[in-house]
Write a protein that binds this ligand. Sequence first.
Ligand code: ADP
Ligand code: MG
Length: 241
Amino acid sequence: MSIEISNLSFSYGSLNALQDINLSLQEGRFNALLGPNGAGKSTLFALLTRLYALQQGEITITGHSIARHPAQVMRKLGVVFQQSTLDLDLSVAQNLYYHAALHGMSKRQALPRITEELARFDLSARLHDKVRSLNGGHRRRVEIARALLHKPAILLLDEPSVGLDPATRESLNLHIRELCQEQQLTVLWATHLMEEVQPDDPVTILFRGKVLASNTAGQLCQEHQCADISTLFRSLTGVTE
Ligand code: ADP
Ligand code: MG
């Protein structure tokens, strides 16, 4: 039981950003949400994280409705938004302590968690450096470490690799896959980059606010007789990445 989205629609005035979305995330897996710019990915994230109130449809997280049991479900989520939300003039430690405090952790409780998460990303040596001095890939890693401090069951990442070079993108993607395997973390990774998807990944293709297809990437390619996910994406949407 992770995230279940049923009959979800959302509009900004007359613009229908999401239309009748049905989607279940697979537990402990790297679930990809694929869609070009404007597909509705960030709108979906805003609804999952309760930045926007639901207009139509329902979202349940670990079996609880987000509208009826917001406090219970929000604790289960770790989130990395599309735009970085780190304070560049604070140190890595200060950014993380602040977030830990929001989750009710004392400094003493937070330190071992911070150390553990930073070590996983090879960032222990940067604990007291200002975030401004870190490169883009390291900043993203700090954001992910921060999102994991309170040990969420589900990690949401909205286009986490945008703006990073290909090698850094790939290593970030592999890190997240390791977390799925080692910790049974359920991941929702939104992207418009097809190369970030592997054949076994559960994939949802979102286009102009609608789900066009949902299955593992490999199964979808087989069903539609496409050589790879890029070809499938092009044939379903007419969009070249
Ligand atoms: P994605 O993250 O896939 O690029 P978005 O969820 O940001 O897509 O956008 C989906 C659609 O909603 C787009 O047409 C976008 O222009 C529109 N949109 C997004 N945010 C707003 C907003 N705050 N007000 C009005 N329209 C918006
Ligand atoms: Mg977006």
